[in-house]
Design a protein around this ligand. Structure first.
Ligand code: ADE
Length: 231
């Protein structure tokens, strides 16, 4: 099995890339894809860049050029569900694009017109493995599976946060997951989006963001390594 791993920002995948054995780098579509062995698995890891377009492109390259069997997208997110604390993990039961809006034509926001699916479901086996491993490697935090809402916006406003909760029952918001999910679904490729909470998506704790983000990434890093050992 070959596993594709996408992080939007360098810091979200830097430690994973640094551990790859016999790394082979290829630059495709201005992103560097690192192929090699990690925890005994064949992996291809890429920093995709931020936002849905970058993420979807990286996923398609992983499928087309590297023939990956599944895709894991790890990174940070803002909490929409108030139960979530900084550092907690959310696994994608499903994903939605909160900025997909053809409500002018009567569609609910989030629905992708003329597609059979709009809420792409994370792979059940990957969710189970991630959940089991997370309890072991990150025992101090809570882990949830739920809906991840993605859009090309950093959410930092409490009214927008309430809207995301009311409209989508989203657990967290970020900027790539639903795009990876859609690309994976179009290619019949199982996927999992993993997000650790770096902020409350309401503009609070701006001063601490960097520190919270670092902590959150430590949790996804441990989780992905643990998953690779288990898969
Ligand atoms: N990634 C981390 N926090 C986020 C937020 N509040 N909105 C969108 N993406 C994020």
């Amino acid at each position: 099995m070959k596993i594709g791993i996408i992080g939007a920002m360098g810091e979200e995948v830097a430690k994973l890339i640094a551990r790859v054995e016999n790394p082979a780098n290829s630059e495709i579509a201005k992103s560097v894809f690192t192929a090699g062995k990690l925890a005994g698995q064949d992996v291809v890891i890429v920093e995709s860049g931020i936002g849905k377009v970058n993420a979807a492109l990286a996923a398609q390259v992983l499928v087309d050029k590297f023939g990956v069997d599944c895709i894991i997208n790890c990174g940070v997110a803002g909490a929409i569900d108030n139960r979530l604390n900084i550092g907690d993990i959310v696994l994608s039961e499903d994903t939605v694009q909160h900025d997909m809006d053809t409500s002018y034509f009567g569609d609910p926001v989030g629905i992708i017109p003329r597609m059979k699916e709009s809420y792409f479901k994370g792979d059940k086996k990957l969710i189970k493995v991630a959940s089991d491993v997370c309890h072991e490697v990150n025992p101090e935090i809570s882990i949830y599976s739920g809906r991840i809402a993605s859009g090309d916006q950093f959410i930092s406003d409490s009214d927008k946060k309430k809207w995301l909760s009311a409209n989508f029952h989203a657990m967290c918001a970020e900027m790539e997951g639903a795009a990876v999910a859609q690309a994976a679904w179009l290619n019949d490729t199982p996927f999992l989006i993993i997000r650790a909470i770096s902020d409350k998506a309401d503009g609070s704790a701006v001063m601490d963001y960097g520190e919270f983000e670092k902590k959150a990434i430590e949790h996804t890093d441990k989780l992905v390594m643990g998953m690779l050992e288990r898969l």
